[in-house]
Ligand binder design. Structure first.
Ligand code: KG4
Ligand code: ZN
Length: 346
């Protein structure tokens, strides 16, 4: 079964063709990072306009790269939740129109659940159930236990900021470019992870996270290091931060954020004894996290390629394949976007 996946929930316009949920035939991602980098974050109106400009060429390229015509496509899968409303609308309207014109079944896909399916796009060593997934992106930080496809339980989540959001905000404080994840991990290579002792939040929920205090602790430490008090505006800090402070703070922040993620995942592993562990979402691209997690767990982890960790449509098509086994297709005349739907209520 060949599925065309379409993704437009944030600042990547993407389309991909995946066979049987495991074989990648094409994967086209048009990133708007350069456009939004100028503003230090995603501007929703600009994102929606940019999706509109490129969605048709991106879909056509995904079909061409896969050597497919519409006759070769069995179904369409599209992200309908969660994300920026204007961005989600462009992808879902394209998918609905194409499903009607070409008479293909349409499956609605939850973006966060789909991140996990990047790990299934492999013809060898697919993850097995029960599966513990650490989902860490710009919008989410959660631990989810899957008993099977479509059968899962949210066991922990962030109480405030997502970890990717913390990377992005700390990068801004340090004057590192957007997106913060890759630029912090690059800067961290030159710094000492023990230069600053940063706090790890203590929470009631055993598997819950909190990253807002960590971000504030970085802000206060940087203000102190440059000789200012807590009233000094954060947007003026980058001009006062030198390379040594930038590198040491990036390394110390990354060390603390990763330690939090690894400790909670280890705790959940010990309690639930899953058959596999996967990490998913943009922050799963972090190499240091991969090293630390592998060192902390007694089972081996097959990490997904980096380009399948950040937003893409291959993961949407892969989950579409499994959803097609358990769900009825969606009516293309009816599909509405759900910008704030969490994974618990799918
Ligand atoms: O999954 P994703 O592409 O989009 C969302 O669904 O949010 O994740 C984007 C997030 C951003 O916050 C970005 O800074 C972070 O993933 N990220 C990383 C790395 N690459 C991307 N964080 C840490 N280390 C990385 N190498
Ligand atoms: Zn994502």
């Amino acid at each position: 079964m060949r599925i065309l996946g379409i993704e437009s929930s944030c600042d990547e316009t993407a389309a991909a063709v995946v066979e049987n949920g495991e074989r990648l035939l094409s994967n086209v991602v048009n990133s708007q990072i350069d456009i939004h980098a100028e503003y230090g974050g995603v501007i929703p109106e600009i994102a929606a306009r940019s999706h509109l400009e490129v969605i048709n060429p991106v879909i056509n390229k995904a079909l061409a790269d896969a050597n497919c015509t519409w006759d070769d496509i069995d179904a369409i899968a599209v992200t309908y939740a969660p994300g920026l409303i204007g961005s989600l609308l462009i992808g879902t309207l394209a998918a609905r129109t194409l499903a009607i014109i070409h008479n293909k079944p349409l499956y609605k896909i939850h973006h966060v659940e789909a991140h996990v399916y990047a790990n299934f796009i492999t013809e060898q060593n697919q993850p097995t159930f029960p599966l513990l997934a650490l989902i860490i992106s710009g919008g989410h930080s959660q631990l989810v236990l899957f008993q099977n496809h479509g059968d899962y339980q949210l066991i922990g989540q962030t109480q405030d900021d997502a970890v990717g959001e913390a990377f992005d905000k700390v990068a801004k404080i340090l004057g590192l470019p957007y997106p913060g994840g890759p630029s912090i991990s690059k800067a961290a290579k030159f710094g000492d992870p023990h230069a600053f002792t940063l706090p790890i939040a203590k929470l009631q929920g055993k598997y819950d996270f909190s990253f807002s205090g960590l971000k504030t602790a970085v802000l206060r430490a940087v203000q102190r290091e440059v000789g200012k008090d807590f009233t000094f505006p954060s947007h003026e800090l980058p001009g006062l931060v030198d390379d040594e402070l930038r590198h040491n703070m990036a390394a110390s922040f990354q060390f603390t954020a990763i330690k939090t993620l690894v400790d909670k995942t280890r705790q959940a592993y010990d309690d639930f004894q899953p058959a596999s562990v996967v990490i998913a979402g943009g922050v799963a691209a972090n190499q240091e996290l991969r090293h630390q997690l592998s060192a902390a767990l007694p089972l081996s982890i097959d990490y997904a390629p980096i380009q399948l960790c950040t937003d893409n449509a291959a993961m949407i098509a892969a989950l579409g394949y499994y959803r097609a086994q358990i769900d009825q297709p969606t009516d293309p005349y009816d599909l509405e976007v759900q910008p704030s739907l969490s994974m618990t209520s799918v």
